[in-house]
Design a protein around this ligand. Structure first.
Ligand SMILES: Nc1ncnc2c1ncn2[C@@H]1O[C@H](COP(=O)(O)OP(=O)(O)OP(=O)(O)O)[C@@H](O)[C@H]1O
Ligand SMILES: [Mg+2]
Length: 663
């Protein structure tokens, strides 16, 4: 028995069923026989379905509200309802469900109208043979449509996802025609180029590219379009304000449905930071290489200059006041002294200078040389000292730091021929990780800053790259040697600090030096008392030097001042000599860098046997044998080559007179 409104299970799943569950059919039909007929036909065809039969509008509406049907089959003329209204209601309540008319009273005219109104098909009861295939086709089409809708929805979702990746990408992304007209860019692209969206969509990417890149980029892009292979390269973009930004980009072709090139996409990364670090790294490497070279030269020159300067000084002492050759030798001595000064600057640059670091208050250093500074810069330049009270301490060689300030001040003066202002500023600063990321070789931490600024002519970018190189100068011949900043650089680096220049042509220059802050009380800088004493003596000195010229000069010089001298050319010779010698050896004067045993190892061996013997190291050059990074330990006596006979004698006297070491 089938009742109106009851669910009829038409059994028997069939392999031909379009769905893997029973097909749900809503059947609007008042005639039970016809209902039965429909069920039987579908049944016989093997369509596994559940049929809900109803007769009235209310039932129809209610059924549509309660459940989703795969198909509505409807009579056209019903006692209490009509097919056309049913069709409209079904389209409204369940637009995806196909409606099929199965009726005995459907004229051609009404059928056409029904189809126009959205019915899937109309089948006359008189021709039942068509019915089942019409049902199957309706179900099939509905299923296709549903699949289509699902894909569309999925595609829309994909699109939204890509859009959101595109929008939130940190990399700038732009889409253009093949010719380069920008059609779409993301926010990062706007941020990078500083244009608004309206402004940029009027432009081509060529408009944003400096001239020198256009040809090369044109070739690259042609190739990308031709081969379909993406390209990666680096270039610059011109921002709205005219400034340049270094970028690396990937460019690829976007194709249309037919696989034809439709546009170009580019993904752009700002590489300013990387470029800056690369540049700093290259600079540092260059300075390192030049440093190696200069320190080698300085080492050899120091030995030669010791001999030249030494013998000229000794010869001058021996000559009578009115000797006609006197002025010749004076000229030699003067030139030698200039050469020695140059060599010292080179050594400073190559960080091979021996420093005598003390814990310092940079404010005190600046205040100390205030007078000298004022004299150097002249009357047309105002000196402003902005010294931060409570400044942290640094460990550096005070004499060398004075040199640094004097050199910077001299350069500032030269940059302000018509007067201006020189500012020396000190401050406590904390360099954080962000700063360290932008600056090579900076460890985050606490530093003391010393800045020297002028209101002079400024330095263009190209020149800035080279100013720390030795012998780089823009000054006319004879005015500058180009060693000032090289020396400054070497001293700062050797003291564990860093130096940066900030300048724009016409807007003055600032040099900033950062020295690591130390937590220790300031050490007094001892006054140089040695100068007052006569440098003569009668003690016995053991002199070790591998360079024969230097050795004989030093021997001669010491003998002139009254000392007895034993000499040797290397470590083993010295040990043998000291074992044979019966008397007291008061002082060992030894070169540091020698083939075989170095000066320090030699001194250590000898002093274990001769604990009263004092030691003076002499070198034109330092490596890590006596001093770590060129920093002299307290209590260690050292004389820098080239030295004059007088300087040697003074130093020897000073070491001999110093109270004995307490170990
Ligand atoms: N404050 C400054 N303003 C403008 N240019 C500067 C400044 N400081 C340095 N320069 C430039 O850097 C170059 C190199 O400076 P550096 O001190 O090394 O050598 P110099 O002053 O030319 O010669 P030297 O210092 O050996 O007498 C200078 O020739 C100048 O072009
Ligand atoms: Mg200079």
């Amino acid at each position: 028995m089938k009742h109106a409104g009851s669910v009829v299970e038409a059994e028997r799943g069939s392999a031909r069923a379009p769905l893997d569950r029973p097909v749900r059919i809503l059947h609007l039909e008042d005639n039970l026989n016809d209902a039965e007929l429909v069920r039987d036909m579908l049944d016989n065809d093997g369509l596994h379905c559940e049929i809900v039969r109803i007769e009235t509008r209310a039932e129809f509406a209610d059924a549509l509200d309660r459940q989703r049907f795969d198909l509505v089959i409807s009579d056209f003329t019903l006692p209490s309802y009509d097919g056309r209204a049913a069709l409209l209601l079904a389209r409204e309540k369940s637009p995806d469900t196909p409606v099929l008319f199965f009726s005995g009273t459907l004229g051609e005219e009404s059928a056409i109208q029904a189809l126009k109104a959205g019915a899937t098909d109309c089948v006359l009861k008189q021709r039942p043979a068509r019915f089942v295939s019409a049902v199957r086709r309706a179900l099939h089409e509905a299923k296709e449509q549903a699949t289509h809708k699902r894909t569309e929805k999925a595609m829309r979702k994909d699109q939204e996802r890509f859009k959101s990746i595109y929008e939130s990408s940190k990399d700038a992304i732009a889409y253009s025609t093949i010719d380069g007209l920008l059609l779409d860019v993301n926010d990062s692209f706007l941020k990078l180029t500083r244009y608004t969206r309206e402004e940029i969509l009027m432009k081509t990417y060529q408009n944003l590219t400096p001239m020198e890149y256009r040809k090369l980029e044109g070739d690259i892009i042609q190739n990308v379009v031709r081969t379909g292979e993406p390209a990666e390269y680096e270039k610059e973009y011109i921002r709205k304000d005219g400034s340049l930004v270094a970028v690396s980009l990937t460019v690829f072709v976007v194709k249309d449905r037919e696989g034809q090139p439709d546009g170009l996409a580019q993904i752009v990364k700002d590489i300013t930071k990387r470029k800056r670090l690369e540049e700093q790294f290259r600079q540092a490497q260059k300075m390192e290489a030049v440093g190696q070279l200069t320190s080698g030269i300085a080492h050899d020159f120091n030995n030669l200059l010791t001999v030249i300067n030494g013998y000229s000084e000794m010869t001058l002492q021996a000559l009578k006041a009115d000797d006609p050759l006197r002025s010749n030798i004076e000229q030699v001595k003067e030139a030698g002294a200039r050469a020695a000064a140059l060599t010292r600057q080179l050594l400073a640059f190559s960080r091979k200078q021996v420093l005598e670091p003390k814990v310092l208050d940079l404010n005190a250093v600046v205040t100390n040389i205030d007078k000298m500074l004022t004299r150097t810069i002249g009357e047309d330049i105002d000196l402003v000292a902005a010294l931060t009270p409570g400044l942290g301490r640094v460990k550096a060689d005070p004499g060398q730091i004075e040199q640094v300030i004097m050199n910077l001040a001299t350069n500032a003066r030269d940059a302000m021929p018509d007067g201006g202002m020189l500012t020396i500023e000190t401050a406590n600063v904390e360099l954080d990780a962000a700063y360290a990321q932008m600056h090579m070789a900076i460890t985050p931490g606490r530093y003391v800053m010393l800045a020297v600024s002028d209101t002079g002519c400024g330095i263009d970018a190209e020149t800035q790259r080279r100013i720390f190189e030795p012998f780089f100068t823009t000054k006319e011949q004879g005015k500058g040697t180009g060693l000032g900043l090289a020396m400054v650089y070497g001293i700062v680096k050797q003291s564990g600090g860093s130096i940066w220049v900030y300048s724009e042509p016409g807007h003055g220059t600032t040099f900033k030096i950062y020295l690591p802050r130390v937590e220790a009380p300031t050490e007094a800088v001892e006054p140089d008392t040695a100068r007052a004493r006569p440098p003569n003596g009668t003690e016995t000195i053991l002199l070790v030097e591998d360079a024969a010229g230097v050795r004989s000069l030093a021997r001669a010089a010491l003998q002139v001042y009254g000392y007895s001298v034993l000499e040797a050319a290397n470590g083993n010779e010295t040990i043998a000599l000291s074992e044979q010698y019966q008397g007291v050896i008061h002082l060992l004067v030894t070169d540091v860098v020698m083939p075989g045993m170095n000066g320090r190892a030699l001194a250590e061996r000898l002093t274990t046997r001769l604990p009263q013997m004092k030691v003076l190291y002499v070198s034109g050059y330092t490596d890590d044998t006596i001093v770590r990074h060129g920093m002299l330990d307290a209590g260690m006596a050292f004389l820098q080559k080239p030295f004059t006979p007088l300087a040697l004698a003074r130093k020897v006297r000073e070491v001999l007179d110093a109270p004995p070491k307490q170990d």
